[in-house]
Design a protein around this ligand. Structure first.
Ligand code: SME
Length: 164
């Protein structure tokens, strides 16, 4: 059984270093995108403080469709021109949103969310989906979180599509 430890007491850089190691261990030898997405969501939600949602939306060729996640039930489908997730998918840039209420078109799946980070999942120029994490704390995410989350997404993509 994998023991998911809370990393709350550690500085951010170490939190993400340990998370990356744990993510690699969790996904080694498994290529199923749903299985690995489910475990990464659970790992991050349990290990990091002050989160209320962590999970995936996958691109089906038309829009973003809800994938494995931890948190309250969320919107099933997001059009590419909508919300923070749509902005990450179309710009192909990580969206760091310190105040979701100030983000035009933000989609409130959980009314408790105050800040959000969304990382686009891109493989060989192709949009795979997005990784979305929400917090009830304003400005919960900074560039250290961005760097750490982008590394986790790379580990995820490598597990599913192979290391490039
Ligand atoms: N807030 C997101 C929608 C997804 S939920 O946060 C899970 C957005 O604006 O795209």
């Amino acid at each position: 059984m994998f023991d998911t430890l809370s990393l709350t007491h550690l500085p951010k850089a170490e939190q993400y270093q340990q998370l990356a190691e744990q993510a690699r261990v969790l996904m080694v030898g498994e290529t199923d995108r749903i299985a690995n997405a489910a475990n990464l969501s659970a790992l991050v939600m349990h290990a990091l403080p002050d989160l209320n949602w962590a999970g995936f939306y996958f691109y089906d060729g038309t829009e973003l469709v809800l994938g494995p996640f931890q948190g309250k039930p969320a919107c099933l489908r997001i059009q590419l021109e909508r919300g923070v997730c749509g902005a990450a998918a179309t710009s192909r840039q990580t969206q760091l949103v310190p105040d979701v209420h100030a983000f035009p078109g933000h989609i409130a799946c959980d009314a408790a969310s105050r800040s959000e980070i969304v990382v686009p999942l891109i493989r060989e120029g192709r949009l795979i989906g997005v990784w979305d994490v929400d917090s009830p704390i304003p400005a919960r995410f900074d560039v250290k979180d961005q760097s750490g989350m982008e590394t986790l997404c790379q580990i995820y993509l490598d597990s599913v599509f192979g290391i490039r």
